[in-house]
Design a protein around this ligand. Structure first.
Ligand SMILES: [Zn+2]
Length: 113
């Protein structure tokens, strides 16, 4: 399962950051083009976190819409992947966001206010 290996990688990074503390909150950014299902990732992180002794963090997943950089120089939100550039109508573009899974924020129990 794709999400499980991503959850494992996230928890490895989190574990390093936490230095033994329980995790209170984890904010993850999931690009809608990453192919990762937010619900599945949420579930997998919970499972891995518990197995790794990281506590039971609140998990916030932000879904990031894709952004494209067109050959004409316009960067735009590419919410409809089948539509061309809003300026020139072209499809000669590079996807600049929305393909990755990133950790945005880690709060450990020790840091919680
Ligand atoms: Zn364009």
């Amino acid at each position: 399962m794709h999400e499980l290996s991503i959850a494992g990688a996230i928890c490895d990074a989190v574990k390093e950051h936490a230095g033994g503390d329980d995790i209170a909150l984890l904010r993850i950014e999931v690009g809608t083009l990453s192919g990762v299902l937010a619900d599945a990732l949420d579930f997998c992180i919970r499972e891995v976190a518990r197995a790794e002794g990281l506590g039971e963090p609140e998990i916030v997943i932000d879904q990031i819409a894709p952004r494209c950089l067109c050959a004409c120089g316009l960067e735009y939100d590419c919410t409809e992947i089948l539509e061309g550039c809003p300026s020139c109508g072209g499809f000669d573009r590079e996807v600049t966001a929305g393909m990755d899974v990133l950790i945005r924020e880690i709060q450990t129990e020790g840091e919680e206010k």
